[in-house]
Design a protein around this ligand. Sequence first.
Ligand code: ATP
Length: 239
Amino acid sequence: MLQVTNLEVVYDDVALVLRGISIRVAPGQIVALLGANGAGKTTLLRAVTGLLDVHEGEITKGSVSLDGTPIHKLRPAAVVRMGIGQVMEGRRIFAELSVEENLRLGGHTSSGSHKERLERCYSLFPVLATRKRSTAGYLSGGEQQMLAMGRALMASPKYLLLDEPSLGLAPKLVEQIRDLIVQINASGTGVLLVEQNATMALSIASHGYVMENGKIVLDKPSGELLADEDIREFYLGSH
Ligand code: ATP
């Protein structure tokens, strides 16, 4: 179980951005994390993956644990080794490196056969196999998203955190990304999915959280969030 308990985060010692957040993702579950821009979703992911430091952020209260072990004081590489993979917003691939070089970098911290993991990646994302020697920066937006996901999967994570994977993609590609998340999850990986596209996220998640101003304001099974007209209108911006 990936568990965040009563978490508070500040940036630059002043602004309290997360104000007592508690969420959980069970093994093999897909959980959606929704909310308007600036609600604190990315900050929450950074707190889980040890990336707050580089953004001048700090946990002032609460904890993050994986199967009961506290992980919120670990460095990002150690968090990856514990079994948590992250695809950051904006896809952050290494644009000058080839597709395969990007994938290899994703696997450098884990043990086991590199070749096997590469092959698993290529079978999940066949388009990456056909472009393995291409310069990553020349891939389309959808392909770059797949590359970023593939790179995170190279470390064989137990949990995958995705920050707005559908951002800026055409509807057809959004569908493809959604299907890939389902496929990744089907092999046992728990997924925490941050999305502006609430309908897409809730269509595959079993549970959803809605954040507002650094707090969780709704914490319900996806079906209930989707079925409630008021929630759809006020929090999800969709009808
Ligand atoms: P978005 O969808 O726009 O990324 P979000 O829900 O992910 O929104 P965060 O990016 O976590 O929200 O931002 C939450 C708040 O923290 C915002 O008010 C933002 O301005 C502030 N913030 C984010 N990063 C920093 C930083 N490095 N230093 C100071 N404030 C920050």
